[in-house]
Design a protein around this ligand. Structure first.
Ligand code: ADP
Ligand code: MG
Length: 476
């Protein structure tokens, strides 16, 4: 059998952040109490009409722009008709004919290499209610009904489970950087359908695709793809490729397999038509320009900037751009002209360590970039040792004071060269015996001299400078 290439296309659903739902005034929030965030529209009571949430439209356009998609001239919606208990209206309001974005392209990083991902479209729709199944009953919770959802559909352009997950991770960050979603898989805010096919290496056409629906973790996506590729290759090896049919399967976490749900011949005809209750409206150029301005620099661009223009390692840059607030903090330091590497080191070791330990947000940290700058400047000047700097770091945060409040004459490090030379000369003048020993080859006597300097200065002598001066005096 010829070498096989796998091809993957993803459909990623992501719940948007907003105060109210996409077509009703009910709160868009997660609640433990079923049916506590609902309005008559979400329940499809007769006579109720949807009202489109402007913020959701703006956020959808924001993502469309961020993915380099084309935006339509007009905005309108379609009805996708089907019956299910979690869909009280009997249809979902979605966008079929004019999605908020089409034909996009982005680059993502996989194993330190950039690869393109082509976006078929991105569209705004409403989420369905959720069903809780018990032993002999099922409950419907309408809290999720009408929650704004963005569905992003890629072209079949990915080829490995690693690439697929890298794309999802990339997108999760774009959603967060653009501040349109918390994009938290643990809260079920991201759900994916995965399409997988295999074909001969030199084939000009793609193979038959199998869809695996509704996977709610990236680990699940990874495992499902790996499993499905193996399953299809095995069938092909055994001359049974005709058994790979256009079907919808589901990922069964427990058995680690994909399981048949329905085949394409059973596919529902959704009888799409334009949603008549939401008037079509124009998307003006001015509006798009304003939305575009609200998109921050995204993580990959920042990462490349930090590596290429500020000399950071790939590893450090990656840590800084993981979270937009951290990256913003770092950039604030750069604006204050703090040395990039020092700032990165402090953020990665001390600050992240501290905020993770106490589960804080970097924006709530009392040690704002200006204070970090003070700390770094004083350390570089030698007023304080790096050990002292770490102590002061905690004191500033815990006592909510300034760095200078912890630098007194008493504890300031002695970094004045002339002052140190004076102290050292005095010690050497009284240490003839030790100098003889040192000169006769007992080089460990050097530490004795350092110790004497420290003793004399109560540990405040700048150790680097002390060693340098001692070296000069003893060896020249
Ligand atoms: P459908 O008509 O079943 O909705 P589409 O062609 O619209 O199928 O594609 C749906 C998803 O399937 C997209 O993410 C697309 O990239 C992916 N896809 C399409 N063809 C293939 C294929 N041969 N192999 C893998 N994925 C595919
Ligand atoms: Mg959909």
């Amino acid at each position: 059998m010829k070498k096989q290439i796998a091809t993957i296309g993803l459909e990623m659903h992501c719940e948007l952040k907003s105060n109210s739902k996409v077509f009703s005034s009910a709160k868009n929030a997660y609640s433990e109490i079923p049916n506590s965030c609902i309005a008559p529209v979400d329940m499809a009571f007769p006579g109720t009409l949807p009202i489109l949430n402007k913020k959701c439209v703006e956020d959808a356009l924001k993502m469309s722009i961020a993915l380099n998609c084309k935006q339509p001239k007009y905005m309108y919606f379609d009805r996708k008709n089907y019956y299910y208990p979690d869909l009280p209206k009997g249809y979902q309001i979605t966008q079929m004919t004019e999605p908020v974005g089409i034909d996009g392209k982005i680059e993502i990083e996989v194993d330190s290499k950039l690869i393109p991902v082509y976006i078929h479209d991105i569209h705004l729709e409403e989420d369905a209610a959720s069903l809780d199944h018990f032993f002999d009953t099922s409950n419907i919770d309408y809290n999720r009904a009408g929650v704004p959802l963005l569905e992003l559909v890629t072209e079949p352009c990915l080829h490995t489970a690693d690439e697929a997950v890298a794309f999802l991770e990339h997108m999760r960050r774009v959603y967060k950087y653009c501040d349109v979603s918390e994009a938290d898989t643990k809260k079920g805010q991201i759900r994916c359908d995965v399409n997988v096919s295999i074909s001969d290496e030199d084939a000009t056409e793609l193979g038959t695709k199998v869809e695996i629906k509704n996977i709610n973790s990236f680990g699940g996506v990874y495992d499902a793809i790996v499993y499905e590729i193996k399953r299809q290759i095995k069938l092909k090896e055994n001359g049974r490729y005709d058994e790979v049919e256009q079907e919808t399967r589901r990922w069964d976490e427990e058995s680690g397999t994909t399981v048949h749900m329905r085949s394409k011949v059973d596919a529902v005809d959704y009888k799409y038509f334009v949603e008549p209750n939401i008037p079509k409206f124009k998307i003006s150029e001015n509006w798009l320009t304003d939305i575009k301005k609200s998109i921050p620099r995204l993580h990959l661009e920042r990462k490349q900037d930090y590596i290429n223009n500020f000399g950071l390692s790939d590893y450090d840059a990656e840590i800084l751009v993981k979270d937009k607030d951290i990256a913003d903090y770092f950039e604030e330091c750069l604006k204050l002209e703090v040395d990039a590497k020092s700032a990165a080191n402090w953020i990665i070791t001390q600050i992240l360590g501290y905020i993770n330990k106490y589960d804080l947000c970097i924006n709530d940290l009392y040690l704002i970039p200006r204070r970090l700058k003070d700390l770094i400047v004083e350390t570089n000047k030698g007023t304080i040792s790096s050990k002292q700097a770490k102590e002061i770091f905690f004191k500033v945060i815990e006592e909510k004071k300034e760095v200078k409040d912890f630098i007194s004459k008493d504890n300031a490090q002695i970094s004045d060269r002339d002052e140190l030379i004076k102290i050292i000369e005095e010690i050497l003048n009284n240490s003839q015996a030790q100098i003889e020993e040192y000169k006769s080859g007992k080089t460990n006597v050097f530490d004795y001299f350092v110790g004497q300097v420290m003793k004399n200065t109560r540990g405040k002598a700048n150790p680097v400078l002390t060693k340098e001066i001692l070296n000069n005096k003893l060896n020249n």
